[in-house]
Design a protein around this ligand. Structure first.
Ligand code: NAD
Length: 512
């Protein structure tokens, strides 16, 4: 993300931020912070635009997504450049994790929404099915506020917006102040797609703008970011009795069993821990390796880490850390661990050869749960590896955390992998894969414990942007079939006979 320098505004004007690239430290633009008044007028425009948008059928909405998709394909270099300037991540990551994943999201929801959100008939159970029909109508909520972080600044803003829009909502998007132009590109693409004015607006700003959006009278907040801010957003939404989804931080475990394919597991550990400069919320943050393969696994990890290239330009594997504050956080976790007995086998310091904010890819062993690096979220390229007796100990330690975002299990035995996955107290698990769940749009994505609330993506995420309205229709038209008032002893007796018939015997329960 970009380094930001707030400036003191003259009285009456908006606050201004100047950005610098974390990789090159060069200027990366500036922007004015949207005020609470700006937010309010954006909400009013969204309210006016939303009914017309909701009237369009799914195919019509999908046509806008396809146009935005074409614009994204054509302007992919621009997207990559803006993301690189603001985040300092590796170019391959900007292409794969932002552009490719963004294309997939636009095309997936354009194709799938009609099926997921069409009004459907449901058979009612038991005798009710004889007298009533049930239909579920997925109604848009209205105006959805989307607040996003800097670490996948284009994708997280785009993917949440696509789902809210396809469900018929208007969107107010507040990207991170640390990568504002990556978020603004989402607005630019939809503008190029001809989206009606007011249906999606991007508000550039910081935490104050986000806080103003959360109280501006929207119908839902979709928040992605830290646990501490997520908690505030949840409190604000609770006070207004509006729903929110919270996609928050993580401390994802990786469990390596004795029968794992070690080459795959080592590659998984490296990309899980170092992709996005180690700043993936669903990246691997701690590894538990069973005793039999611990030495070999660790040896291969260290060997491979030595070949990783860190840089700011040209071809490289590992990019910058987002900010000075973030860099200090990583340094402090590594120091805390070494003071408590951990050994650094690779990295362990700021990269002295690069001017920007680079922390060397770091491998640590002899770590324990007394150390911050095993307990707190690490947002930097640090891979702590812990030796465990067996899989039981690995599962116990993997669950010994206040987070529960994702996790991975590595074994050649798929059945065992599945059984271990089922025992992890986390939002999602991969077996012999790592950090792919958010990009696997058929899968619901979300955290448990302090890692979040609710799920995004798949039919669950899409429906989370709707109210599921049950409409129950009597099969007998206007004819009265129930007696209603006055209550009569005779009818009560009939009801009790019915209860005994349906639930009072084995046969009745079976038929029921
Ligand atoms: P952050 O919580 O500091 O900021 C996120 C967004 O919230 C920004 O747009 C910010 O301006 C806004 N904000 C700040 N204060 C606010 C307030 N009081 N009210 C409303 N909005 C406010 O997070 P960050 O540093 O940008 O991002 C890093 C964090 O995000 C990490 O913890 C990471 O794990 C998490 N994250 C989670 C997911 C996920 O899907 N679970 C994905 C990406 C990042």
């Amino acid at each position: 993300m970009a380094i930001i320098e707030p400036t003191q505004p003259p009285a009456g004007s908006r606050r201004l931020y100047r950005l610098r690239s974390p990789a090159t430290l060069e200027p990366a633009g500036e922007f004015e912070v949207a005020t609470a008044d700006d937010v309010q007028s954006a909400v009013e425009s969204a309210r006016k635009a939303q009914p017309g948008w909701a009237e369009l059928d799914f195919d019509e909405r999908a046509r806008y997504m396809h146009r935005a998709l074409r614009a994204l394909v054509e302007r992919q270099d621009e997207v990559v450049d803006v993301v690189l300037r603001e985040t300092g991540k590796a170019r391959s990551e900007a292409i794969a994790m932002e552009v490719l994943a963004g294309c997939d999201s636009l095309s997936f929801y354009a194709r799938r929404t009609a099926e997921i959100l069409r009004t459907r008939k449901r058979r009612m159970h038991g005798l009710q099915g004889l007298t009533r029909q049930l239909r579920i109508v997925y109604q848009p909520l209205g105006v959805v506020g989307i607040i996003t972080p800097w670490n996948q600044p284009f994708l997280l803003a785009l993917n949440a917006s696509v789902q809210a829009l396809m469900a018929g909502n208007a969107v107010l998007l507040k990207p991170s102040e640390l990568a504002p132009y990556s978020g603004k590109l989402v607005g630019d693409l939809f503008e190029a797609a001809g989206l009606p004015k007011g249906v999606l607006s991007v508000l550039l700003g910081d935490g104050e703008t986000g806080a103003a959006l959360a109280v501006a009278g929207v119908d839902k907040i979709s928040f992605t970011g830290s646990v501490s801010v997520g908690r505030k957003v949840a409190e604000t939404c609770a006070r207004q009795l509006i729903p929110c989804t919270l996609a928050l931080g993580g401390k994802d475990p990786m469990i390596v069993c004795a029968d794992a394919n070690l080459d795959r597991a080592v590659n998984g550990a490296l990309s899980g821990a170092f992709a996005n400069g180690g700043q993936l919320c669903w990246g691997t943050k701690r590894v538990y390796v069973v005793d039999e393969v611990y030495e070999e696994f660790t040896r291969r990890v260290v060997e491979k880490v030595a070949a990783l290239r860190q840089g700011a330009e040209g071809e490289f594997d590992i990019g910058a850390v987002c900010s000075q504050e973030q860099l200090e956080g990583v340094k402090s976790q590594v120091e805390d661990a070494t003071h408590k007995g951990a050994r650094v086998l690779a990295g362990g310091r700021r990269n002295p050869d690069l001017p920007g904010l680079f922390y060397e890819p770091t491998v640590m062993v002899d770590v324990s749960h007394e150390m911050e690096v095993m307990r707190e979220e690490t947002f930097g390229p640090v891979l702590p590896i812990m030796r465990v007796r067996d899989e039981e100990e690995a599962i116990r330690l993997a669950n010994d955390t206040r987070f529960g975002l994702q996790g991975s299990v590595w074994t050649r035995d798929k059945r065992k992998g599945f059984e271990i996955a089922e025992r992890l107290e986390t939002g999602g698990v991969c077996v012999n894969e790592v950090a792919i769940t958010y990009g696997a749009l058929d899968a619901p994505f979300g955290g448990r414990k302090e890692s979040g609330l609710g799920q995004v993506n798949s039919e669950i995420g899409l429906r989370g942007n709707c109210h599921a309205l049950p409409v129950i229709v009597s099969r007998f038209g206007g004819k009265r079939v129930d007696r209603g008032y006055p209550y009569r002893r005779k009818d009560e007796d009939s009801l009790q006979r019915y209860i005994r018939l349906v639930w009072g015997s084995w046969l009745g329960r079976w038929l029921g």
